[in-house]
Write a protein that binds this ligand. Structure first.
Ligand code: SF4
Length: 302
């Protein structure tokens, strides 16, 4: 394979990155970065649903070996965990980071330094975990990091609750989109994520992501460098609607959609008093979800 050049490098060389920084930063003054549409002035430190003002917060960064093998390789995926979240599921497996906001406020220059550090220690990619509410900050950091030699693929690892306008800004920047697709039923997403419109938003977002990057592409060493990878956390009692989500991916996105069927649901976060969320997933439930993915002949990532 020819050496892969990340999309953001080409976009910057065309002079389009600075335009995207301006476009996304403008959204902060009456914030419509995500579907919550809070319209708070984050440049004046007003806080909306994501509890984040002008600057990003980072909880941790590292060469991560717990991600998909196609992202991890032998040197790890360079994860940057952003604190807070625009979705805040009550069962979040990273509740302390996403809802309690554990982390440190960082300058854009610091995010750039983190990116360069992760590249320096050999990570195969920069994996932005929960970046939806800090897109302008990420773009500014990226602009700096490119000047200092950043040249590994950029992963947008998100909940699927994304604004199409913001995704349009990210066109030509992101190499790999890795959204969750969590729920099919609006009443359930309302109950667990306070987002009645999650299923429709996620359908539109995944379609836009696929239109931008296409199916996942993997090099001869087994490392993904471009495309779409959808994560689906199987929930107890089929709360998630696995069948409908997989059918949608097969029929409306691509028959070659790469999907990671995830088994690690455990009662966490604020699930204590919610009966249907207070049990871990059973092996039978996970097996059933895997059988569905196989029946649809999707590309199952393991
Ligand atoms: S990014 Fe935050 S403040 Fe902006 S619309 Fe989304 S939740 Fe609201």
């Amino acid at each position: 394979m020819k050496t892969y050049i990340p999309k953001y490098i080409k976009e910057k060389s065309r002079g389009l990155l600075s335009k995207k920084i301006k476009q996304s930063t403008a959204l902060l003054t009456s914030c419509t970065l995500c579907p919550r549409q809070c319209k708070v002035n984050r440049t004046k430190e007003e806080k909306g649903y994501c509890s984040t003002g002008k600057k990003a917060f980072v909880s941790s960064f590292s060469a991560h070996f717990g991600e998909e093998p196609q992202l991890v390789g032998d040197k790890g995926s360079g994860t940057i965990f952003f604190s807070n979240c625009n979705l805040k599921c009550i069962f979040c497996q990273n509740y302390d980071i996403s809802v309690n906001g554990t982390g440190q406020e960082v300058e854009d220059e610091s995010i750039a330094s983190i990116m360069l550090y992760l590249q320096k220690i050999g990570c195969h990619n920069i994996n932005l975990v929960t970046p939806s509410h800090v897109v302008p900050q990420v773009l500014k950091a990226l602009d700096i990091a490119i000047d200092f030699g950043l040249n590994i693929p950029l992963i947008y690892n998100c909940s699927g609750y994304e604004s199409i306008d913001t995704l349009s800004i990210l066109k030509g920047i992101i190499d790999i989109y890795m959204p969750d697709f969590k729920f099919w039923n609006p009443k359930i997403s309302k109950t667990y994520c306070n987002a009645l419109n999650y299923p429709q938003i996620a359908r539109n977002a995944v379609k836009e992501m696929f239109d931008q990057v296409g199916d996942l592409k993997i090099d001869e060493a087994g490392i993904a460098y471009s495309g779409l990878l959808v994560r689906h956390l199987v929930m107890p009692g089929n709360l998630d609607g696995t069948y409908h989500i997989l059918k949608f991916l097969k029929e409306k996105i691509s028959s070659h959609t790469h999907v990671n069927i995830m088994s690690q649901y455990h009662p966490m976060g604020n699930t204590g008093k919610i009966k249907e969320l207070s049990f871990p997933l059973t092996p039978e439930e996970f097996r059933s979800a895997m059988q569905m993915a196989k029946k649809f002949d999707l590309k199952i990532i393991r």
